[in-house]
Design a protein around this ligand. Structure first.
Ligand SMILES: Nc1nc2c(c(=O)[nH]1)N(C=O)[C@@H](CNc1ccc(C(=O)N[C@@H](CCC(=O)O)C(=O)O)cc1)CN2
Ligand SMILES: Nc1ncnc2c1ncn2[C@@H]1O[C@H](COP(=O)(O)OP(=O)(O)OP(=O)(O)O)[C@@H](O)[C@H]1O
Length: 191
């Protein structure tokens, strides 16, 4: 018997391998396609939306973030402050600093905000809204803290080829409300 954690790790490695092997042009086009689907996202008016600043071979959500900002939402980006994440307001002129694990985000002079919506990077997802992250539990823990007194809307952002048939969910895993890929937005909850 392999544990759930081991099964998740195998799926994570396989999905990350597929992502790494993508054609460079298809990779850029997929990032641009995200922005074309921005209006499909169920964002409340004036929402505080947490994006992410891409690292390595992640899909590039920056064109999407610019569309979300232009639609009147407030953006923010995650900073690793162990044990989980905080979020700092992100403006066009924000000055970036290292934000943990090779990521960048607005520096400590930027204000901390509480997002209403998380656009989440991930390693793999399935058609039921289960997600595998990078295995550090940063988003799982941040969500547990944010959702103490209200609901946060969780939207995965990934390449279509990161989908797997089934992710074995653990009790602490909070399913996604939807997933955005280059093919468009797919809803898993009634949000
Ligand atoms: N762009 C981006 N920003 C993000 C994340 C992310 O996945 N992508 N995070 C997501 O939580 C948080 C930062 N946490 C991270 C945790 C691990 C790794 C990482 O590179 N992991 C290695 C494996 C780690 C290891 O050495 O064991 C990897 O995936 O290769 C990156 C970010 C918040 N900001
Ligand atoms: N709410 C939580 N409180 C405390 N520990 C947690 C919580 N959620 C997850 N963890 C711990 O974090 C570790 C990583 O969890 P998991 O493998 O589910 O991460 P992941 O979903 O891949 O990562 P991420 O949430 O960073 O995207 C596990 O050891 C898990 O027990």
């Amino acid at each position: 018997m392999t544990s759930l954690a081991e099964q998740k790790n195998t799926l994570r490695q396989e999905a990350l391998r597929r992502r790494r092997a993508m054609d460079p042009v298809a990779r850029v086009e997929a990032g641009l396609a995200l922005a074309h689907h921005a209006q499909e996202l169920p964002l409340p008016a004036g929402a505080i939306v947490a994006g992410f600043w891409p690292i390595r071979d992640e899909i590039d959500p920056r064109p999407l973030l610019e569309s979300v900002r232009s639609a009147g939402h407030q953006l923010c980006l995650p900073v690793v402050v162990e044990p989980h994440l905080i979020f700092r307001a992100f403006y066009r002129d924000s000055v970036f600093e290292p934000a943990g694990f090779g990521t960048y985000a607005p520096g400590a002079d930027g204000e901390e905000v509480r997002p209403d919506v998380l656009l989440m990077p991930l390693a793999a997802f399935d058609g039921f809204g289960n997600r595998i992250g990078y295995g550090k539990g940063h988003y799982d823990k941040a969500l547990a803290a944010l959702e103490v007194d209200r609901k946060v809307h969780c939207i995965g952002v990934a390449f279509g080829l990161q989908e797997v048939a089934s992710v074995p969910a653990e009790p602490h895993d909070r399913p996604l409300d939807g997933i955005l890929t280059e093919a468009g937005y797919r809803r898993f909850s009634n949000l």
